[in-house]
Design a protein around this ligand. Structure first.
Ligand SMILES: O=C(O)CCC(=O)C(=O)O
Length: 270
C-alpha cells in the first residue's frame, strides 16, 4: 500500500517490531492539551463498550476523537492495527503527587501467545512529563517475551528500561505485550496519561507504506540487541521478530542470517 496518508514506512514498522513502541513527540496541538486535563479531572471521557468499532466509539468534538483524527496518529494507528480496529477499553491513568510508590512492572493481560496479530495501546500525555513526575516506565523489546500480567512485578530495574519524559501532547503507540508500569511521582504535579487499547479486525498484513520493503535498513532494525538480555537470548528475540515480520509481510521466506529457515528444515516432511 502506498498512499498520501501519514503511514509508517517499512523501516519504522521494523523498528516497532524490534522495540514494541512508536513515539510521536508533541504531536497534539496545545488547545487540545489544555482542554484535556480539566476533562480528565471531571471524568468526562465517553464510556465505550468493549469491541465498539473505532469509527463509532468517540463522538465528534470529544478529545479522543480529535486525538485519533490527527493525521500522524491516524496514519500510525492504521499502519499498526489496520483501518477498522475496535476499541477494547480506555482509561485515564493518574500518578498522584508524592504518592510514595510505583506501579509494578506488568503487561496488560494474561499470557497472549499470538504472533500474527497484536493489539495496540495508545498512551497520550497532555502535559510536559519531567523525570520526577512518574512517567511510564517501559522495557524496549520486551513485548515478544510473553508474560502473565504482573508476574514481572518483582523486577525493580532492568538494563535498557526507559522512564518516559516528554513534551506536552506526546503520543506513544505500544504493542500490547510490552512490560511497563507507572513510576513514582515525586513532584508536586498530578501526572495524567490517557490510554486506549485497540483490537484489529482484519489481518495485520502490509497495512503500512511498503514502498521501502526491500530497504536493507529493515533487517538492521530487526536485528537490534537490547541490553536486558544476554547475547544468546537476544538471538531468540530476533527469531521472534523474524516470525512476526513474516506474519506482517506475508513473506514466509523472510529471514535474517538463515536462522528461521535452518530451524524449520525437516527434510521429507510436509
Ligand atoms: O500510569 C502509567 O504510566 C501506566 C499505567 C498503565 O499503563 C497501566 O496501569 O496498565
Amino acid at each position: 500500500m502506498t498512499t498520501t496518508e501519514q503511514l509508517l514506512s517499512s523501516v519504522e514498522m521494523a523498528r516497532f517490531v524490534a522495540n514494541g513502541f512508536h513515539r510521536l513527540d508533541a504531536i497534539v496541538p496545545a488547545e487540545l492539551n489544555e482542554r484535556a486535563i480539566p476533562e480528565f479531572d471531571a471524568g468526562q471521557q465517553p464510556g465505550v463498550a468493549y469491541g465498539t468499532p473505532l469509527k463509532r466509539a468517540f463522538p465528534e468534538g470529544s478529545i479522543p476523537r480529535a486525538l485519533l483524527d490527527l493525521p500522524a496518529v491516524a496514519g500510525a494507528l492504521r499502519s499498526l492495527v489496520g483501518s477498522d480496529p475496535t476499541v477494547d477499553h480506555h482509561h485515564t491513568h493518574v500518578r498522584e503527587p508524592h504518592e510514595g510508590g510505583a506501579q509494578p512492572l506488568h503487561g496488560d493481560a494474561i499470557i497472549d501467545t499470538r504472533i500474527d496479530a497484536f493489539d495496540i495501546q495508545l498512551m497520550y500525555y497532555p502535559q510536559k512529563v519531567t523525570v520526577d513526575m512518574g512517567g511510564t516506565l517501559s522495557v524496549p523489546g520486551s513485548h515478544l517475551r510473553r508474560t502473565n500480567e504482573s508476574d514481572t512485578g518483582r523486577y525493580q530495574n532492568l538494563r535498557g528500561q526507559t522512564r518516559l519524559t516528554c513534551p506536552p501532547g506526546t503520543v506513544v503507540l505500544l504493542h500490547h505485550g510490552i512490560w511497563h508500569g507507572g513510576r513514582r511521582n515525586d513532584s508536586d504535579i498530578r501526572r495524567y496519561m490517557f490510554k486506549i487499547r485497540f483490537n484489529p479486525t482484519a489481518p495485520q498484513v502490509r497495512t503500512w507504506d511498503v514502498s521501502d520493503l526491500d530497504d536493507p535498513a529493515v533487517a538492521r532494525e530487526l536485528s537490534v540487541f537490547h541490553p536486558w538480555s544476554e547475547h544468546a537470548t537476544s538471538r531468540l528475540e530476533i527469531y521472534n521478530r523474524i516470525k512476526m515480520w513474516r506474519a506482517l509481510t506475508g513473506d514466509t521466506s523472510f529471514d535474517i542470517d538463515y536462522w528461521a529457515t535452518r530451524v524449520a528444515n525437516r527434510p521429507g516432511r510436509a
